[in-house]
Design a protein. Structure first.
Length: 220
């Protein structure tokens, strides 16, 4: 029994000597900072400023977990419906990216990616279009260009042969809509914002708009 007791005493002594070494190493590699950052979000929350790409409004709120599904839910519950009775769902968000000034983004596809988002950061999200890795800016001049460019590219795509017949625009319809978009026609832009995920509906309402514009005014 004496040797067993002796080895126990030696083991306790070695452990006692090892504790300061481990503690010093933990501090050296920033252990305290690692733990603090890990629990900071859960205790204090993290402010994120979310913007729908490319030209949505900024909506800020605090998250308390680095969970991608939860972030999507918090974004969607602050969005107005597309139209009465058509509420957005968290699953409608296909892309999320953290923004690094002046114009770089990195996709967030897993929960661990959200840990890289610091407090008070900008996060872009999108329902349809993949968010570019560069040339994404908060500059108002660049955003104004994107506000026009994206609908024009969308209408051009609907006029191509790659689009299903149910949503395809003919050459005349495409030309008329692009002319209106170049003039920053708010009606067409509104249709784009609300129906670009539903090309058949976009075609239906945009053609109705064109028809109404071309009809002679009724006598009063």
């Amino acid at each position: 029994k004496m040797p067993s007791l002796w080895w126990s005493v030696v083991g306790v002594g070695a452990a006692a000597k090892a504790i300061p070494i481990i503690e010093g190493s933990w501090r050296y590699i920033g252990g305290g900072a690692i733990v603090f950052q890990a629990i900071k979000t859960y205790i204090f929350g993290k402010l994120v400023r979310t913007i729908e790409y490319p030209d949505g409004d900024m909506i800020s709120f605090t998250i308390r977990s680095n969970n991608l599904s939860r972030l999507k839910y918090e974004i969607i519950k602050r969005q107005p419906p597309l139209y009465p009775g058509a509420d957005l769902l968290a699953t409608d968000i296909k892309y999320i990216a953290r923004w690094t000034p002046p114009h770089f983004t990195e996709a967030c596809t897993k929960n661990r990616d959200l840990k890289l988002i610091p407090d008070n950061s900008v996060v872009f999200w999108s329902r349809v279009e993949e968010i570019p890795r560069r040339h994404v800016t908060l500059d108002l001049r660049d955003k104004e260009l994107a506000r026009v460019d994206m609908p024009i590219k969308y209408v051009t795509r609907l006029g191509s042969k790659l689009t299903d017949d149910s949503a395809r625009l003919n050459a005349s319809e495409t030309d008329q809509l692009i002319d209106l978009l170049v003039e920053k026609d708010e009606s067409v832009m509104t249709l784009y914002r609300n129906f670009h995920q539903q090309p058949e509906l976009f075609k239906r309402y945009s053609l109705r708009l064109l028809s109404r514009r071309q009809s002679p005014p009724k006598p009063s």
